[in-house]
Structure formats: structure tokens, C-alpha cells
Design a protein around this ligand. Structure first.
Ligand SMILES: Cc1cc2nc3c(=O)[nH]c(=O)nc-3n(C[C@H](O)[C@H](O)[C@H](O)COP(=O)(O)OP(=O)(O)OC[C@H]3O[C@@H](n4cnc5c(N)ncnc54)[C@H](O)[C@@H]3O)c2cc1C
Ligand SMILES: *[C@@H]1O[C@H](CO)[C@@H](O)[C@H](O)[C@H]1NC(C)=O
Ligand SMILES: *[C@@H]1O[C@H](CO)[C@@H](O)[C@H](O)[C@H]1NC(C)=O
Ligand SMILES: *[C@@H]1O[C@H](CO)[C@@H](O)[C@H](O)[C@H]1NC(C)=O
Length: 545
């Protein structure tokens, strides 16, 4: 009996969560033409590739291959990067064996072709399949998705082409009391998510996905396959939050599973300004980051049309929560700590952990008959338009400031917030234990979120500007020096590295925001493993000057 809601979570969180910034600083060149030189590049690549591999049927796709568009579009997750003007790769390689990755690296390097690596394609700026430098190749990992779950050792070996939904399902097949603390959207890819420091509803209890990785395999710039022991602790550290695409191709992660109770509890409570949403948010800021670490209460804030006062707009605050325990217990905890929420047992739904994954992605899914098998659905070739940005809040925002923020959001019209509370385990892990630095001292992370369906340039410009305008308005309330950002909420507005320049200074602009003081260790590691900067993208780690 979850609270009825106006908008399904799936439309808010998953299906429509893509972003991008056409207008920002990336200028894309015109789409690659099938010129003579690109044809010969393709031929040369194919010759090299077949020399290095035994079986390459249906692995290398040229632009003239009839399947090229399908393969390209399947894992485009933001329609902003699905335009005729979007730069297209010269070649897409879909490796079926690790040796295909090795050959792709060796042959791309020898032909001076840039590689973009794509696992689930959810990069909010499309950096895994679009490039500001051409010609480029997409190395598309979706065929490499083996998952081996070993319940006795409480570990799983996961190839990076797997989706989070597949990971959760394969764990569930073997155990009802194990899980993995990663993201909410089942179609997100392991490759980008784990390399970028992914998090989900268990982060206050178990930290990020990267806090639970125990081994990995990469293909390095020399085409070697290296595990943790062979790559060394610096590289192993770097690929747990420092981003994919800077150090090599991540082929697999081996993770530590975590315990989950047989029954967990979820709920969703919504209040508008007329229902004292502002007071709710004031109290949420005190409680959500400090309460029992088994409880994750995400807060969504959106401008909406008022139901009570015709012709006006209001704000809606929705608390969407998952508790690793029973309903009675969470009702008791929040009755004491968060009276303004007014949580009752009837608001709560008790279910298995795997069903909570379905519910959290779409809170109508259980009622409409979703089964754990739904998590295996890859939902290819579906995307809306979207933009995301991020911030960190270290001091609770006072009530009068919240009121100013609501006014601004109502005026802008569409861009909303997702506040993700930290504390618990997140505050216990040292800020340099992984490249992800946003630990103790952060109350919550802010995601700026806007999605749209109409494909006109005018709406795109409008929504991108809304996001920028709100970001600017938030300056007094969020972290500064640096103004921190979350790598997995990729945002090219905060700086890019122009290709070919390989500039440490440019890299430092976005690098210090994503990684704070960890940036320099990432640069050092990058310089050691890939001194020529072969693995790069618009926001990769630069080599040392
Ligand atoms: C709908 C939606 C929901 C989301 N929900 C969450 C959430 O709950 N929690 C959260 O933390 N994040 C969330 N995100 C953000 C998500 O974690 C990142 O976008 C993540 O990078 C996606 O991984 P991917 O493999 O799907 O993306 P891709 O676009 O394939 O890759 C992202 C980046 O990683 C690189 N990369 C990918 N695979 C490899 C590889 N094998 N080796 C080296 N580099 C690689 C790419 O080149 C690119 O730079 C969400 C995103 C979307 C679109
Ligand atoms: C090559 O791969 C294809 C598809 O993966 C497979 O059907 C075929 O049997 C393989 N051929 C050889 C010689 O291994
Ligand atoms: C909102 O708060 C005011 C003042 O505390 C109170 O009188 C009123 O009943 C509250 N409204 C709702 C809908 O809870
Ligand atoms: C991309 O655009 C094509 C039409 O050009 C459309 O058929 C396809 O569904 C779109 N895919 C995505 C992921 O936006």
C-alpha cells in the first residue's frame, strides 16, 4: 500500500534520466563521411584486427554495415546524442572475447584511432559513444556480460558489459539474503557505473559499489590483460572511482557481496508547499544524513501545478525510502526522529530485497506484475532527452533560503532536484581510500535533473539554461573551493579537456571538482600506465605535464 503518486518513479529515475549539454563547450565536428580515407582506415583496421584474432565474425561494424545504426542506437541512453548531426564512429567493435578487446587496442593505437568505450551507455554526456575528435571507434562491451556468483565466498565476478539488473538478478538466483550496493536503474552498465563510483539505496550501510570491489581485470594500452596483482595498487585504486576510459579497458570487476535481510521496507511520502513541505525539508536535512545507517531516504523536489490553488504552481517534496529491516522498526525510528514525515505503517511496503530493487526503480512495478526477471530486460534503443548536474551540501540550508530556492525553481518551471543523503558508512571511509572524495562532512548530494520529450532546439536550449541558472543560484548553499561534483553525473559544463592538447591545467578544472585532492594521484597513475594518453575522453585524467 504505497502512497499513491502522480508520476511513476521509472519515468523520473530511469527511462528518462539522460542528460547532455549540446550547447556547452564541446564543439563537435561534422559527421564522418564515407570518404576514401575513412574507407581505407576501416580496411586497415579490419586487416589488423583479423591478423590478431581467430574469429571476428559479427564483431567489427563499418558505417556501411546494415546493422551499424541498430548497434549504435541500442545503447544510446540520451536522445540528445541521437541526432543526424551527432558525430558517428567510423567503426563499432563488439568484442565477444577478451582477445577482441586486445586486438582493438593494438590496432586502434597503430592506426591512431581514438577509442570510446561503452558498457551500458548511460553516460549523461554521451562520452562513451560520441567524440569531439574524429575518426573514432566505439568499443561496445555488451556481449561481455558473464556474471559468476559464488555464495560460499560471498563474491561475484562480473564482466563490465553486464547491467546492474543482471547483477542483482544473478545474486537473487543464488541467495535471498545477499545483495550488492549499486545503482537504482537496472539498465545502467557495470563498466561505467563501477569505474565512476556508483551508489544506490544501501550506500549509508555499505558505501559505494567501489567500496566493495576486491579485484579487477583491465586491458592496458599495450594490449595486456592485467588483474589486481599485475596492474598494481595504484591502478586498482584509480579504476574504483577515477572513471573508465583513462587507464585502460576494464574487462571485469570482482566484488564482495553484502548481506540483506529477508524482508526490507520501502515507502514514498509526498507533501506540497501547502502541506508544509518546507518544514519537512528542514527536518529531512537533520535526519536523513544522521539516522540509522540501514535507512536511505532520498528526497525529490519538483515544481508542479498546484491542485489546491488554480492556476498557480507549487513545489512537491517526495521522500522515497528503503530500510534494511521491517516496517514496525522504521515507523518507530522515524516517529521519534522525523515527526513531520508522519510515517504510518500503512504507508510502508514490506518486501524481499530483490522486489525492493524493482519498486525503487518504478514504484508501480510490483502492482503491475513485475517479476525479478524484469531486471534482465535491457530495454535497448529507448531514450528521452535530459540533463544532469551535481553539487554537495555540507551545511543544512536554512528555511528562508529554501523558500528562495523554491521560488526560483517555480519560476524556471521544470528542472528538479534529487537529494541523496550521506552519513553512515559514507562518513567512515577515508576520502582518499578511493578516488571518490566526497565522504565525511557531506550531508547530501544534489542532483539537478531535467528530462524532456520534444526534440526542438528551442526546448533543449531552454532546459539546459534552466539547469545552468539553478546551478548558479545554488552557489551560496553548496560546497566551494572546489565546488564538488559527482563523476557519474557527468556534466561537461564544469570543464573539458580539448583533444590533442592533453592539458593538465584543463584537466585540473573538472578533475579537482570530481576528485578533490585525489586528482594528483590519478594523474600520477595515468602517467605511469598510459604516458601517451591513448585512453582519453573529454573529461579523462590527463598525463603529467
Ligand atoms: C537512467 C540512469 C540512472 C542512473 N542511476 C544511477 C544511480 O542510481 N547511481 C549512480 O551512481 N549512478 C546512476 N547513474 C549514472 C551512471 O552510474 C553513470 O552514467 C555510469 O557511468 C553509467 O555506466 P554505463 O556503463 O551505463 O555508461 P557508459 O556510457 O557506457 O560509460 C560511462 C563512462 O565510463 C566509460 N566506460 C564504460 N565502460 C567502460 C569499461 N568497460 N572500461 C573503461 N571505461 C568504461 C565510458 O567510456 C564513459 O566514459 C544513472 C544514469 C542513468 C542514465
Ligand atoms: C565464430 O563465431 C561465430 C559467432 O560468434 C560462431 O557462430 C562460429 O561458430 C565461430 N567460428 C569459429 C571457427 O570458431
Ligand atoms: C502547517 O504548519 C502550520 C503551522 O505549524 C500548521 O498550523 C498547519 O496545520 C500545517 N499544515 C499541514 C497541512 O500540516
Ligand atoms: C534514435 O533515432 C532514431 C531515428 O533517427 C530512432 O529510430 C531511434 O529509436 C532513436 N533511438 C534513441 C535511443 O533515441
Amino acid at each position: 500500500m504505497a502512497t499513491p503518486k502522480l508520476i511513476s518513479l521509472s519515468s523520473f529515475f530511469c527511462l528518462s534520466f539522460f542528460l547532455l549539454t549540446l550547447s556547452a563547450s564541446l564543439t563537435f565536428s561534422r559527421p564522418t563521411q564515407q570518404t576514401k580515407s575513412s574507407l581505407s582506415l576501416y580496411t586497415n583496421f579490419l586487416n589488423c584486427f583479423t591478423q590478431h584474432t581467430t574469429n571476428s565474425s559479427n564483431v567489427v561494424f563499418s558505417q556501411t554495415n546494415p546493422s551499424f545504426s541498430t548497434v549504435l542506437q541500442d545503447y544510446i541512453r540520451n536522445a540528445r546524442f541521437n541526432k543526424t548531426t551527432t558525430p558517428k564512429p567510423l567503426i563499432i567493435v563488439t568484442p565477444k572475447t577478451p582477445s577482441h578487446i586486445q586486438s582493438t587496442v593494438i590496432c586502434s593505437k597503430s592506426l591512431n584511432l581514438q577509442i570510446k568505450i561503452r558498457s551500458g551507455g548511460h553516460d549523461y554526456e554521451g562520452l562513451s559513444y560520441v567524440s569531439s575528435q574524429s575518426p573514432f571507434i566505439i568499443l561496445d562491451m555488451f556481449n561481455l556480460r558473464t556474471i559468476n556468483v559464488d555464495i560460499e565466498r560471498e563474491q561475484a565476478y562480473i564482466q563490465t558489459g553486464a547491467t546492474l539488473g543482471e547483477v542483482y538478478y544473478r545474486i537473487y538466483e543464488k541467495s535471498k539474503v545477499h545483495g550488492f550496493p549499486a545503482g537504482v536503474c537496472p539498465t545502467v552498465g557495470v563498466g561505467g557505473h563501477l569505474s565512476g563510483g556508483g551508489y544506490g539505496t544501501m550506500l549509508r550501510k555499505y558505501g559505494l559499489a567501489v567500496d566493495n570491489i576486491i579485484d579487477a581485470e583491465i586491458v592496458d594500452v599495450k594490449g595486456r590483460i592485467l588483474n589486481r596483482k599485475l596492474m598494481g595498487e595504484d591502478v586498482f585504486w584509480a579504476i574504483r572511482g577515477g572513471g573508465g576510459g583513462s587507464f585502460g579497458v576494464v574487462l571485469s570487476y570482482t566484488v564482495q557481496l553484502v548481506s540483506v535481510p529477508e524482508i526490507v521496507t520501502v515507502f514514498r511520502i509526498e507533501k506540497t508547499l501547502e502541506e508544509n513541505a518546507t518544514d519537512l525539508v528542514v527536518q529531512w536535512q537533520q535526519v536523513a544524513p544522521t539516522t540509522d545507517e540501514r535507512l536511505f531516504m532520498r528526497l525529490l523536489l519538483q515544481p508542479i501545478t498546484s491542485k489546491t490553488v488554480k492556476g498557480t504552481k507549487t513545489m512537491r517534496a517526495s521522500v522515497v525510502a528503503m530500510f534494511l529491516g521491517g516496517a514496525d522498526e522504521v515507523v518507530e525510528i522515524l516517529g521519534k526522529e522525523f515527526p513531520l514525515l508522519g510515517l504510518k505503517k500503512e504507508d510502508c511496503l514490506e518486501l524481499s530485497w530483490i522486489n525492493s530493487v524493482l519498486w525503487y526503480n518504478d514504484d508501480q512495478s510490483i502492482e503491475s506484475g513485475a517479476k525479478p526477471e524484469t531486471l534482465l530486460d535491457r530495454n535497448v534503443n529507448s531514450a528521452s532527452y535530459g540533463k544532469r548536474k551535481s553539487d554537495y551540501v555540507q551545511k543544512a540550508i536554512p528555511k528562508d533560503s529554501l523558500e528562495l530556492i523554491w521560488k526560483k525553481m517555480i519560476e524556471l518551471g521544470k528542472v528538479g532536484f534529487v537529494f541523496n543523503p550521506y552519513g553512515g558508512k559514507m562518513a567512515e571511509i577515508a576520502s582518499d581510500a578511493t578516488p571518490f572524495p566526497h565522504r565525511a562532512g557531506n550531508l547530501f548530494k544534489v542532483q539537478y535533473s531535467v528530462n524532456w520529450k520534444d526534440d526542438t532546439e528551442a526546448s533543449e536550449t531552454n532546459y539546459l539554461n534552466q539547469a545552468k541558472s539553478l546551478y548558479s543560484f545554488m552557489t551560496p548553499y553548496v560546497s566551494s573551493n572546489p565546488r564538488s561534483a559527482f563523476l557519474n553525473y557527468r556534466d561537461i559544463d564544469i570543464g573539458t579537456n580539448s583533444f590533442g592538447k592533453n592539458s593538465y591545467q584543463e584537466g585540473q578544472v573538472y578533475g579537482s571538482k570530481y576528485f578533490n585532492d585525489n586528482f594528483d594521484r590519478l594523474v600520477k597513475t595515468k602517467t605511469a600506465i598510459d604516458p601517451q594518453n591513448f585512453f582519453r575522453n573529454e573529461q579523462s585524467i590527463p598525463v603529467h605535464p
